[in-house]
Ligand binder design. Sequence first.
Ligand SMILES: [Fe+2]
Ligand SMILES: [Fe+2]
Length: 264
Amino acid sequence: MARTPIVLKDPSRFKDPANLSWERYIALQARERERYLAERATLPADALAYKNVSARYLERAVDQFANNYFSELSATHYIATAAANAPFDELKKCCLFQLADEQRHLEMDTEVWQRAGIPEREWLPAWEAPGTTCRFFRHVLELDDTFEILVKANFVAEGAAGPGTFAVLADGAEARGDLFSAVNHRARVRDETRHISFARALVKALIDEDPVNLDVIQRWQDESLQLFLEVARNGERQEWWEGFLASYYKIALPLGLKRTAVGR
Ligand SMILES: [Fe+2]
Ligand SMILES: [Fe+2]
């Protein structure tokens, strides 16, 4: 395993902000699942069979479906690595609970592909095409340092992608008749918010302990945003990109991080 560029000498600086125990987590998961199934049960059969969306919508939605599905699939892998290499138990616990969340999100997104009738052989090529989150997540999947994974994936990527972006995605899907995607986005955002909070607590602990850690975190931020830039597609998705950066900077700037030149 590569030597970690930063350490938290005093792990008591990090506390799970959601204060979850195994018992509380299982109860919360069960409640979330019940709520999700209840919302899904209200959807008309036509909506669940993707009969009320246009062919044009489905054609264009494929890369969004790919970004959703493969980022959740990647998350189940990188967060397992983060858990396995976690330097202390409180952090390992947060990673393991997240692993269960991401597995549930992955199942929701698998069902989208299936109900929309997109053959499995088309899933991966859609994600590997230019302009998707593929390059970013493949980079994260190569990492083995828990702090680096959590800073890049939870703090930067999830911090930027939610909850604002998920609300936009949910509303956009709903407006085009894709009610199932809308329900999924609204369900996942409740978990993603928890993933962002524990990563934020970790970043704060690292900076509080040693201000030098801020430089490493800044570099991880810069590398991550650089890899995300292609998703903005040369200004074609300007509005999305601005919202993405705005939600990230809202949590990052107060901790002392600076804007990445690429996003300006
Ligand atoms: Fe997720
Ligand atoms: Fe997540």
